[in-house]
Write a protein that binds this ligand. Structure first.
Ligand code: DSN
Length: 416
């Protein structure tokens, strides 16, 4: 018996079921991953009990000597890993990190530029349903209709027309590399600050498998649980001149007490991400995504932008006569978990989406490499080409279970 099973058998049961689910499906939502057992232990520690409003050495409560150590470790490791002047490790999420930057640097009503939602941008890049779009005047740039690559000419002409205070680059559903140099030139031309939301690619940047925005963007934001494989949370990294504004945008601007147990998990993750093993993992994530993309292309499945340079793949599923939601449901029945997603110039409502988005961070954390990617790509293509065929799904699910059994998910108890 554990304390949890004793006190709350219902929550305990849900956790056990989730452990079983995580062990027995291919988790291919590109923003998900498996935090290590060490990260989970830190997040489950008594640090959750401590209030620590403020920053190390300047708190509003007493008794912070040990949580100060933890936050200093996290900040120093983030600075060393990414080569930045300053790190704020308190944001509760990537959304909080982005909102804290806006709050710290600009005023409500000011103009900001970000990538359109259907081109892969995030809600906090100016969606009218997000506080970002309600508080600030966002102008959106997009991608080219044919190549699906970011249209930097459009970014430049919109920037000249609207004179934004901040230009946000980065995405949640963009399979190609960003040209941070070009974006900085555009920002400089109009006197804007360049902010790189690297939530999806931060682990690849840390591992040297994606060009870094550091030195080009003045501000970087990220979540910590995606390719970085840490606990659920966020961070802001910045050049020295922005330190005070960023810190005040996080606390007291948009948050109260930091989650010190999560910051401890971030510190552990940042130590893990500095290892050679993590570097090799980051490169394998990209090699796996490219192997998966090639298998799907060989099977005649159309990919947005024709391939991938990073950890994710986007597919237009409309030629199969289904929408993204139906495609994601068919794949889930086969044990492959992806998400429906808008695709560039989508005409379907966001809840359906014309495409699906998936990637390789979590399955690479399970130790899978190119041969497994080929098998997974082939079974995904079989399901997508016969989305209502229960026999095809059942056969694919057996294959998925076999792959999962051979490659246990790290950090997840095998209680099956
Ligand atoms: N919801 C995240 C994702 O899945 O990409 C973005 O914050």
């Amino acid at each position: 018996m554990s304390a949890l099973s004793d006190v709350d058998p219902e929550v305990f049961a849900a956790v056990k079921h989730e452990e079983h689910r995580q062990q027995t499906v291919l988790e291919m939502i590109p923003s998900e991953n498996y935090a290590s057992a060490a990260v989970l232990e830190a997040v489950g520690s008594v640090l959750t009990n401590k209030y620590a409003e403020g920053y190390p050495g300047a708190r509003y409560y007493n008794g912070n000597e040990f949580v100060d150590d933890v936050e200093d470790l996290a900040r120093d490791r983030a600075k060393a890993l990414f080569g930045v002047d300053h790190a704020n490790v308190q944001p509760h999420s990537g959304t909080q990190a982005n909102m804290a930057v806006y709050l710290g640097l600009i005023n409500p009503g000011d103009t900001v530029m970000g990538l359109k939602l259907d081109a892969g941008g995030h809600l906090t890049h100016g969606s009218p349903v997000s506080a970002s779009g309600k508080l600030y005047h966002f102008v959106s740039y997009g991608v080219d209709r044919e190549s699906h690559l970011v249209d930097y000419d459009e970014m430049l002409s919109l920037a000249k027309e609207h004179r934004p205070k901040i230009i946000v680059v980065g995405a949640t559903a963009y399979p190609r590399l960003w040209d941070f140099k070009r974006a900085r030139e555009i920002a400089d031309e109009v006197g804007a600050i360049l902010m790189a939301d690297m939530a999806h690619i931060a682990g690849l940047v840390a591992g040297g498998a994606h060009p870094s925005p550091v030195g080009l963007a003045q501000i970087m934001t990220t979540s910590t649980h995606k390719t970085l494989r840490g606990p659920r949370g966020g961070m802001v990294l910045c050049d020295e001149p922005y330190r005070r504004q960023i810190d005040s945008g996080v606390f007291p601007g948009s948050q109260g007490g930091p989650m010190m147990h999560v910051i401890a998990g971030k510190a552990v993750m940042l130590k893990e991400a500095a290892t050679d093993a993590f570097k090799a993992h980051a490169h394998q994530v990209v090699a796996n995504a490219q192997a998966l993309a090639k298998t799907l292309l060989d099977a005649g499945i159309p990919l947005i932008s024709g391939g991938t340079d990073n950890h994710l793949v986007l597919i237009d599923v409309r030629p199969m006569g289904i929408n993204g939601r139906q495609a994601a449901d068919a794949l889930e029945a086969a044990g492959v978990v992806v998400n429906s997603n808008p695709i560039p110039f989508d005409t379907l409502p966001p809840r359906q989406g014309g495409g699906i988005r998936f990637g390789t961070p979590a399955i690479t954390s399970r130790g899978m490499t190119e041969p497994e990617m080929q098998r997974i790509g082939e079974l995904m293509a079989r399901v997508l080409n016969a989305p209502n065929d229960e026999g095809v799904r059942a056969a694919a699910k057996r294959e998925v279970e076999e792959l999962c059994a051979k490659h246990p998910a790290p950090g997840v108890p095998a209680n099956a």
